[in-house]
Design a protein around this ligand. Structure first.
Ligand SMILES: Cc1cc2nc3c(=O)[nH]c(=O)nc-3n(C[C@H](O)[C@H](O)[C@H](O)COP(=O)(O)OP(=O)(O)OC[C@H]3O[C@@H](n4cnc5c(N)ncnc54)[C@H](O)[C@@H]3O)c2cc1C
Length: 443
């Protein structure tokens, strides 16, 4: 039994109370079976405990297990329950700021490494999928960033110039070529990055969980962490059915972050993003919708993202109600927008609508923290976490295995909680409405 004075021990609210079922979505309806991940029972020791079984936690656990560490993953619900099992499935390269801005913000050494790391994240992700033979409809068909306003088109051209200067696999498509790549005349300029692509995210999360277990990690679903305490140089992670004592704890709870560690919840803004999906479309309809089968996201006041999956369903996502939804009707405006882009969709059957919470940061960079000895937190992918969180798992594993913070390809920073945090969410909702209005008015 541990003795000593805990440096922190806070009972957790939120996901701690009871296991929540997987919300309905296209992915929940079509994914292959989940691997068994029974709750933790009893008290055990490990080298490292990972809290949260999304891409961050599972990729970290896989990389650590591959290095021979004894790893236990504890997840409140089931692996992939959070954003990881519900997202747009777009494997997008890069960070929100452009490469020049990243290097200006962090200097040529760290900034340069960040650029190579983040723009290389899709390749890292597809390589990991190939290495572990994860069946998740992975397809490296490229990512399109599309602009329909002159100001955003100028931004797209700037990004393309910076990418080409760095030898990234990007092409700039001006109006006619943009029309050919997308099947609509809406876009003035499009940047295509050949390293991106798409996948079925719930299958990917389940495949990562399976791979982590094959590599030697233990993965426990239905195991909410209720408190963290440190005593005698070790962490004690408490759950309703057992405890794990370990040298190191990693928090990968992103948009579902609770109060396990002071101020962490207030360092990110959780935001709902929503998706609607059609039934498989007839070949005659789908043939002219993004015919290259690259994923697309818009440069706009409010990001809209689109892709056609391997069963010819169209998925459109964007900001929607800031509460859970389980049908396409609450995001009818997204459906109308898709019909405006491709009028052939007028008779399409929209059968799925769902959403989930991602985590935004005020500086638009993902955040990695080491707020106490043996404690690592990583979150805040700003809506582009499929590839980034997968790649970040490798960096977190290196940090947890003794690589100094300066050797990691992302800055390790202090936690900065936002003043007036609860108002940020209201601010986000207002921004969504304002963005929609501006888009409608064509401003
Ligand atoms: C609708 C939607 C669309 C998106 N589309 C894209 C896209 O197309 N491309 C892209 O790159 N990114 C996209 N994103 C973002 C991307 O999904 C996320 O950045 C990424 O999945 C984050 O993974 P994560 O593991 O950090 O967090 P999550 O997957 O959210 O996992 C966090 C986990 O922590 C668990 N947890 C929380 N508290 C506790 C606790 N106390 N004890 C135990 N477990 C706990 C939760 O149950 C949850 O399962 C989208 C997000 C959403 C919501």
């Amino acid at each position: 039994m541990l003795t000593g004075i805990p440096i922190f021990c806070k009972p957790q609210k939120g996901p701690a109370s009871s296991m929540q079922p997987l919300p309905p979505s296209l992915y929940a309806a079509t994914a292959g079976p989940a691997p068994p991940t029974p709750p933790l029972v009893g008290d055990r020791k490990a080298d490292i405990v990972v809290v949260g079984a999304g891409f961050t936690g599972l990729s970290t656990a896989l990389h650590l297990a591959e290095r021979g560490a004894d790893v236990v993953v504890v997840e409140a619900n089931e692996p992939g329950w959070g954003a990881s099992g519900r997202n747009g499935g777009q494997v997008n390269p890069g960070l929100k700021p452009d490469p020049d801005e990243v290097e200006a913000d962090f200097g040529p050494d760290l900034g340069g490494r960040m650029v190579r790391f983040a723009w290389g994240a899709p390749e890292t992700t597809f390589a990991l999928i190939r290495r572990w033979q994860i069946a998740c409809d992975a397809r490296q068909g490229g990512t399109l960033r599309a602009a329909y306003r002159p100001t955003h088109a100028a931004g797209v051209r700037r990004s393309a110039e910076q990418g080409i200067r760095r030898g990234l696999p990007v092409t700039l498509l001006e109006r006619d070529a943009a029309g050919e790549a997308t099947g609509t005349d809406r876009y003035l300029a499009v940047i295509r990055d050949a390293s991106g692509g798409d996948l079925q995210p719930l299958d990917y999360a389940r495949g990562l969980a399976r791979a982590a277990m094959q590599a030697g990690a233990a993965v426990h679903g239905g195991t909410p962490v209720t408190a963290l305490a440190r005593a005698e140089g070790r962490w004690r992670v408490a759950t309703p059915t057992g405890t794990v004592t370990a040298e190191t704890v990693i928090l990968g709870t992103n948009g579902y972050t609770g109060d396990l560690w002071p101020s962490l919840r207030r360092s990110v803004v959780p935001v709902f993003s929503s998706i609607a999906a059609t039934a498989p479309l007839p070949e005659a309809v789908v043939r002219n919708i993004m015919p290259m089968r690259s994923s697309l996201y818009e440069s706009g006041h409010i990001t809209v993202y689109l892709r056609v999956d391997q069963q010819n369903r169209l998925l459109i996502g964007g900001r929607g109600p800031q509460r859970p939804i389980a049908a396409p009707s609450p995001v009818a405006y997204l459906i109308r927008y898709a019909e405006r882009l491709w009028p052939a969709l007028n008779d399409a059957d929209w059968v799925h609508g769902w959403n989930g919470q991602l985590a935004m940061t005020p500086d638009h960079y993902p955040h990695i923290h080491q707020p106490a000895p043996g404690l690592i937190c990583c979150m805040g992918y700003n809506g582009r976490g499929v590839a980034l969180s997968t790649a970040m798992g490798g960096e977190i594993a290196r940090l947890a295995s003794g690589t100094p913070a300066e050797g990691i390809d992302m800055p390790v920073t202090p936690i900065r909680s936002m003043p007036f945090h609860s108002f940020w969410r209201i601010g986000v909702a207002a921004k969504v409405v304002q963005g929609r209005l501006r888009d409608r008015l064509g401003l």
